[in-house]
Design a protein around this ligand. Structure first.
Ligand SMILES: NC(=O)c1ccc[n+]([C@@H]2O[C@H](COP(=O)([O-])OP(=O)(O)OC[C@H]3O[C@@H](n4cnc5c(N)ncnc54)[C@H](O)[C@@H]3O)[C@@H](O)[C@H]2O)c1
Length: 256
């Protein structure tokens, strides 16, 4: 019960149905609930989000689904109000929602830039803004931002994605410093590759997957729970002296 009685919002967490391929958000929602948290799953995939929350409730954990497009300020405002009205507070925010579209730079468009920066950089900013307003009332809270190893090292395929993840990485550090004396911790997680709903199309092709795996010292993809456990640690009180940190979970890729 590492998160006993904590209330958590996780963005992009709809894909958490047991028996189906889960994403980092869905797997993290499951871990959080198992550790005693009340979990608010937010996403734009309403059907699977509702079914994930319902399945978690049937299994005896407390969960709720709310439609939230992370790029829309009003959605954030409403979702935080609904969370506090149902569960009484907000202890944890995980900014996990993400999108990706890799292409050579000369073929990318302004729309590619705006879309990825809107969902990942702006979405993380808006979530942080509204969560912090609530956390300041309690002078306590933990925000975990899902960045990527490609905010640290270069990516051959995803230049805008890595720039947007870089924005999350540096935003995390400034917000951590700004609120360190107000009881609010802010950290980032930098996952390597895993098979998730976001990556399954690309990674089902051995011509794409195998060259990637050849660059990972452990020679395999991450399991989604391996990322979830890192998020769980940073969200929990076990990390009470950890803020502004980056936790790389990548099978050794960044080190190599
Ligand atoms: N899969 C990988 O190899 C990998 C590696 C490093 C980082 N990541 C990051 O992990 C995070 C989770 O991705 P995943 O791979 O688990 O895939 P996923 O498809 O399970 O998660 C992404 C979720 O974000 C949601 N989303 C997209 N736009 C949104 C919006 N505007 N508002 C709200 N939700 C929105 C999607 O509906 C989806 O449910 C992403 O930030 C991704 O960039 C993934």
């Amino acid at each position: 019960m590492r998160l006993k009685d904590k209330v958590a919002i996780i963005t992009g967490a709809a894909t958490g149905l047991e028996g189906e391929l889960m994403g980092y958000g869905g797997a993290t929602a499951r871990l959080f609930a198992r550790e005693g948290a009340k979990v608010v799953i937010v996403d734009i995939k309403d059907d699977i989000g509702e079914r994930t929350a319902a399945q978690m409730c049937e299994q005896g954990t407390e969960a709720m689904y709310i439609h939230l497009d992370v790029t829309k300020e009003d959605d954030w405002n409403q979702a935080i109000k609904k969370t506090v009205s149902k569960f009484g507070k907000l202890d944890i925010l995980v900014n996990n929602a993400g999108v990706g579209a890799g292409n050579p730079v000369e073929d990318l468009t302004q729309d590619d830039w705006d879309w990825q920066f809107d969902v990942m950089a702006k979405g993380t900013f808006l979530g942080t803004k509204y969560a912090i307003r609530e956390m300041l009332n309690a002078r306590s809270g933990s925000i975990v931002n899902v960045s990527s190893i490609f905010s640290i090292i270069g990516s051959r395929g995803d230049s805008i994605y890595s720039a947007a993840k870089g924005a999350i990485h540096s935003f995390t550090k400034s917000v951590a410093v700004m609120y360190a004396d107000k009881g609010i911790r802010v950290n980032s997680v930098h996952p390597g590759w895993a098979l998730t709903p976001l990556s399954v199309d690309a990674f089902s092709d051995p011509n794409i997957l195998n060259p990637k795996l050849a660059t990972v010292p452990m020679g395999r993809l991450a399991k989604v729970e391996e990322i979830g456990y890192g998020i769980l640690y940073l969200a929990s009180d076990e990390a009470s002296f950890v803020t502004g940190a980056e936790l790389v979970i990548d099978g050794g890729k960044v080190a190599s």
